[in-house]
Write a protein that binds this ligand. Structure first.
Ligand code: UT7
Length: 329
């Protein structure tokens, strides 16, 4: 009997309408389009505007569109894994909130926190439920409302991040397509370089934490860059090596969209040519858990059945990883 793989059978995405351009940022902080473009590759990012809107409100249209594309109802979903660093609330899980919003009354779910590597951790975890035969339809959502934790007076971080959400459906595949392998890593010694200082059990919210700006994302950019530029490339190369894949075997490299220079380094290390590297950072910036599913969504029409894809990511924690999958449709 052939092995059951977990294959992506549908993908969809959602980005908010509001476009925050580099030129608008020039009016908010001491920066300029040239600096942002050459240092990061970002030209604009999307921002979820409006009272009472949270990460799940971006997941809702993304998932409803996905269900429509696949021609199934939410009642058929067995499990929802919501990969996010900006959950609607500390608790309950955004997966629960989304399940209620879409009407996934037969699903259970949980949130997965692995910062920018979250979607890869979620994909790999979700695949286990398909491969084991436990579930037939697993929804993996990756999305963040990064604007909810960005200090728009801090030029070192506000230029990077944006809001957006994507989702994929995992189903069993017996044709050899789907998730083949993954290499996932985490290293807690990186906590000091990229974190949100307050709001958790270590430093609960107080007047003092608010006054000290400790609820905003904190990043030491250079330290994160150094770790990311080496490790994202290494892990992508590792998953290729152990599956005997040469650069010519790769149809698409799908890198986390944090910085164009990190993407270029990963492409160079793996030998994948520029025309096969998926990049949309110029439009959306870093949407954290959203980058990879948004890339899959935008390139879906270019993929062919059996294409070899390498997904790679790096994020705070530190967390990083790469996934090798064969496109299934
Ligand atoms: O997905 C999560 C993982 N996160 C990442 O992967 C982010 C990794 N880090 C980076 O992408 C880069 O480190 C940044 C884009 C954040 C910063 O780029 P950099 O080339 O590392 O710049 P830098 O921090 O070394 O700063 C260089 C200079 C500094 O000025 P001085 O000290 O040389 O006078 C900064 O103050 O650029 C200045 N600077 C800016 N100038 C104009 C910092 N931010 C800005 C800005 N506009 N927005």
């Amino acid at each position: 009997m052939s092995k059951i793989h977990a294959a992506i059978t549908a993908v969809n995405g959602y980005v908010p309408d509001y476009v925050l351009t580099n030129h608008e940022l020039e009016t908010m902080v001491d920066t300029n389009d040239e600096w942002i473009t050459t240092r990061t590759g970002i030209k604009e990012r999307r921002i979820l505007k409006g009272e009472g809107l949270a990460t799940s409100d971006m997941a809702l249209p993304a998932v409803n569109g996905l269900l429509e594309k696949r021609g199934i109802t939410a009642k058929e979903i067995d499990l929802i894994i919501f990969c996010t660093t900006t959950p609607d609330r500390v608790f309950p899980a955004t997966a629960n909130i989304l399940a209620q919003k879409i009407g996934a009354v037969n699903a259970w779910g949980y949130d997965l926190q692995a910062t920018c590597s979250g979607f890869l951790f979620g994909l790999t975890t979700g695949a286990q439920f398909i491969e084991s035969g436990k579930h037939k339809k697993v929804l993996v959502v990756g999305g963040d409302k990064m604007s909810s934790m960005i200090n728009y007076a801090d030029r070192t971080t506000c230029i990077i991040f944006g809001d957006g959400c994507g989702a994929v459906l995992l189903e069993p595949n017996d044709e050899g397509n789907g998730l083949i392998d993954s290499v996932l890593k985490s290293d807690g010694s990186g906590v000091q370089f990229l974190n949100q200082k307050a709001g958790g059990s270590l430093h609960p919210a107080s007047h003092e934490t608010v006054e000290a700006n400790e609820h905003y994302l904190y990043q030491e950019g250079q330290a994160v860059f150094k770790f990311a530029v080496t490790n994202m490339a290494e892990v992508a190369a590792e998953v290729m090596d152990r599956n005997n894949l040469k650069s010519d075997d790769i149809a698409w490299l799908v890198p986390h969209q944090a910085n164009k220079r990190i993407i270029d380094a990963t492409a160079a290390r793996t030998g994948v040519s520029a025309d096969k590297v998926i990049i949309n950072i110029e439009k959306y910036g870093n949407t954290t858990n959203g980058t990879l599913p948004l890339c899959l969504w935008e390139w879906e029409n270019k993929f062919k059945k059996g294409d070899n894809l390498i997904l790679a990511a790096f994020g705070g924690g530190f967390t990083w990883g790469a996934v090798y999958l064969k496109w299934a449709y």
